[in-house]
Design a protein around this ligand. Structure first.
Ligand SMILES: Cc1cc2nc3c(=O)[nH]c(=O)nc-3n(C[C@H](O)[C@H](O)[C@H](O)COP(=O)(O)OP(=O)(O)OC[C@H]3O[C@@H](n4cnc5c(N)ncnc54)[C@H](O)[C@@H]3O)c2cc1C
Length: 443
């Protein structure tokens, strides 16, 4: 049986950060660097498969700005923010940027704060981390899935496809359960449970929404700007503001990806979920009605269709390169609004009955996007759920239940928004877990 001091399961963002940190941590308690052997078990043939496909192959590595803003914008739940605060302060966005730049990986912060690789080369990030691991002296065991972990006489015993290993400290950094084709099949959560931990239900997040009645091909590729989408079933409700993209299977785009975690939960709880869109979220129903009445009184001969196509009060001023002082509703989408409101293509404002105007108002404020068929786990950028945060010490990432056991990354029950927040959380929790695991046992 081979032995090491720190075993890390998973050679993704958090596992690699943990390994580098474990070997860089200052020697303490008489444990020399040579004695701090670190082994990383990775079931794939190379490290960082998810980093390599992240950000559409360009890697949105982190987000610019102060840590507190990252916590607030990147993590929607208070318990996630509380849990991640220490890790993100211990290893910040500036720290990962400095590490990458020292390895020659140029980065650029975009106006929206997302930090990407300058050359649009996500591989460069994974390769830089791999070089750091090699230099630090980590022993990488590739193509080796850890199938079982047990605790024996104060040591961890790991059963892998390449044999049995023992370790004094164990870091579980196996990622979540989305994109299983890249090796993340929820193993770490199962291993944690086998060691006595509790898990919250795992579900897809940052995933597209597949609808029971997908939009027609005329809508596929079309975006609605700055709308509010609502997900609901019975008493369960959730909403997001932002852009929504129609796809051939349903909905994508920032607002749909962000709400997908809640949609998956609603589906798990109630078995169904209805999506609607508020196309004028900054107008209350009464204010919108007033605007429409005013417009109708002044423009009786204008076709309703034409008005909607260049609607001066529609949101989304960013459309068409910012040429429109206000937004427009995409022409193809106007073709969907009118039949829902029972309005013919050629109807003018002057010919609109009160009942039909009310019906238009209701469609504009609550356009029925339809029932959700599925939130596909295999398409989720991350998964929600995992090892319960309350069972892990946020100051060290050590288990509160099993001494010497640590967790890092997406295996934990937190979920970041789109914007580089998930990789940052993986690097930060990984770094903290690695640093903590390298310390000698407390007397
Ligand atoms: C398409 C896509 C795009 C994304 N884009 C971004 C982005 O631009 N910015 C951002 O912040 N986040 C992005 N993410 C999310 C981000 O990649 C993850 O949140 C992050 O990689 C999680 O890091 P991790 O170390 O926890 O897990 P991972 O990086 O998933 O690493 C876990 C590793 O553990 C290995 N493993 C699992 N089980 C075992 C086992 N039993 N034995 C041995 N090895 C095992 C896996 O093979 C894997 O290599 C994206 C995700 C996807 C899928």
């Amino acid at each position: 049986m081979k032995h090491c001091r720190v075993a890390i399961i998973g050679g993704g963002a958090s596992g690699m950060a943990a390994a580098v940190a474990a070997l860089r941590a200052p020697a303490q308690g008489g444990i020399s660097k040579a004695e701090r052997s670190v082994m990383v078990f990775e079931r794939n043939r190379r490290t960082g498969e998810k980093i390599r496909i992240s950000g559409g192959g360009k890697c949105n590595l982190t987000h610019a700005g102060p840590v507190e803003a990252i916590l607030e914008e990147g993590f929607l739940r208070m318990n996630e923010r509380r849990f991640l605060r220490h890790a993100l302060h211990s290893f910040t966005n500036e720290d990962i940027i400095a590490l990458m730049e020292a390895e020659g990986v140029g980065l650029e912060a975009r106006p929206d704060g997302k930090v990407f690789t300058e050359r649009g080369d996500a591989d460069a990030v994974a390769e830089a981390l791999s070089r750091m691991l090699k230099r630090a002296g980590t022993l990488m065991i590739y193509g080796s899935r850890v199938t079982r972990v047990s605790r024996k006489s104060g040591m961890f015993e790991l059963e892998t496809e390449g044999g049995i290993f023992s370790a004094e400290r164990l870091i579980i950094a196996t990622g979540g359960a989305s994109w299983p084709q890249l090796g993340t099949t929820g193993d770490g959560i199962r291993l944690a449970v086998s060691l006595g931990h509790t898990k919250t239900p795992v579900s897809p997040a940052l995933a597209p929404l597949y609808l029971i009645n997908p939009p027609g091909s005329e809508l596929s590729g079309i975006a609605l700007r700055s709308v509010t989408i609502h997900a609901s079933s019975g008493k369960e409700k959730s909403s997001r503001n932002g852009d929504v993209l129609f796809t051939h299977r349903g909905l994508s785009g920032p607002a749909a990806l962000s709400i997908s975690r809640d949609v998956a939960r609603i589906m798990q709880t109630t078995g169904s979920c209805m999506m609607t869109a508020d196309l004028f979220p900054s107008h209350e129903v009464s204010a919108l009605e007033e605007e429409l009445l005013l417009h109708a009184a002044r423009n009786g001969s204008q076709m309703v269709r034409k008005f909607l196509q260049s609607c001066p009060i529609a949101p989304g001023g960013r459309i068409a390169g910012g040429n429109h002082p206000h937004g427009t509703i995409p022409t193809a989408f106007v073709g969907c609004i009118l039949p829902h409101a029972g309005i013919g293509d050629e109807v003018v404002w002057g010919g609109l009955q009160k009942k039909t105007r009310q019906s238009l108002l209701s469609v504009l404020k609550r356009f029925p996007l339809g029932p959700v068929a599925k939130v596909p786990m295999e398409q989720g950028e991350v998964s929600a759920g995992g090892v319960v945060l309350g069972e892990v010490n946020p100051k060290t990432m050590e288990s509160r239940l099993v001494p010497g056991l640590y967790f890092a990354g997406e295996v934990l029950d937190y979920t970041g928004e789109i914007g580089g927040y998930n990789l940052q959380a993986a690097f930060s929790t990984g770094w903290l877990a690695g640093t903590s695991a390298a310390q000698p046992p407390q007397e």
